[in-house]
Design a binder for this molecule. Structure first.
Ligand SMILES: [Zn+2]
Length: 247
């Protein structure tokens, strides 16, 4: 293939711009700002689950508390009724009196036990409420952190997009100057060889595969016409001669 030396050298600009575009694309895929947003999303989801579990736990405790309070109420009602009977002197026989007194004593013990249970439930409720409000606070903080992280992500993305569009524009300009057949060969090789289709020959070394050319290869290139498109024997990439080629 033939191509003007100026076009061959301009191809190196296209290559540099493609490499830069590849780096921008890589940075876009691996933006730390995006990773942070993802991590915060995962944290938020955990917190929402924990909050829902805390709500369920509180609802269970509430039910338990209502039940225990109603138990206390029942026992208290019975104690009151028995006490009224006793006070009203409705009981005449000593045996019945003794039995009533014993029932009242037993009811009072039961009431005190049940009240203990209510207190214990109320303590658990307080702990559960504290846990819930702690989670709520954490959720609010994480939500705010996520909003800031999202702003940073959007700003970083906008910056990358601006950089990308600037590079894209330069690339289009440079590519427009390259003859179609040379550009087609470059594109084919670039896709084939890890994003590098053209490389400079610098100090006797191919910049594509970083290998030094043999004396025979160098002397062949030295004698080749300047518009001959030379390929690296090692990596098959387009090898572009420059003033620093060391020929
Ligand atoms: Zn090479």
């Amino acid at each position: 293939m033939k191509a003007e030396p100026v076009h061959q050298r301009r191809l190196l600009d296209v290559q540099d711009l493609d490499t830069a575009l590849g780096r921008v694309a890589h940075r876009r895929r691996t933006m730390p700002e995006a990773t942070q947003v993802q991590e915060l999303d995962a944290r938020l989801s955990e917190l929402r689950d924990a909050l829902a579990a805390a709500d369920t736990a509180l609802a269970d405790i509430d039910r338990e508390q209502r039940k225990a309070e109603s138990d206390v109420e029942q026992v208290r009602t019975r104690t009151d009724r028995d006490s009224r009977r006793l006070d009203a002197g409705q009981v005449s026989s000593p045996k019945e009196l003794e039995s009533l007194q014993s029932e009242i004593d037993s009811l009072r013990r039961r009431q005190s036990e049940l009240e203990e249970i209510v207190l214990e439930i109320m303590e658990r409720r307080e702990a559960a409420e504290e846990r819930r409000s702690g989670l709520q606070r954490e959720l609010e903080e994480a939500t705010a952190t996520r909003a800031t992280a999202e702003e940073r992500r959007a700003a970083a993305l906008a910056e990358l997009k601006a950089e990308e569009s600037e590079l894209q524009q330069q690339r289009e300009q440079a590519a427009a100057e390259i003859p179609d057949d040379l550009l087609a060969l470059y594109t084919k090789l670039r896709d084939q060889y890890a994003g590098v289709g053209a490389a400079a020959l610098r100090q006797g070394r191919c910049e594509g595969c970083k290998l030094a050319l043999s004396t025979a290869e160098l002397s062949e290139i030295r004698t080749a016409l300047s518009d001959e498109v030379v390929r690296c024997e090692q990596c098959r990439r387009i090898l572009v001669r420059t003033p620093e080629s060391g020929l």
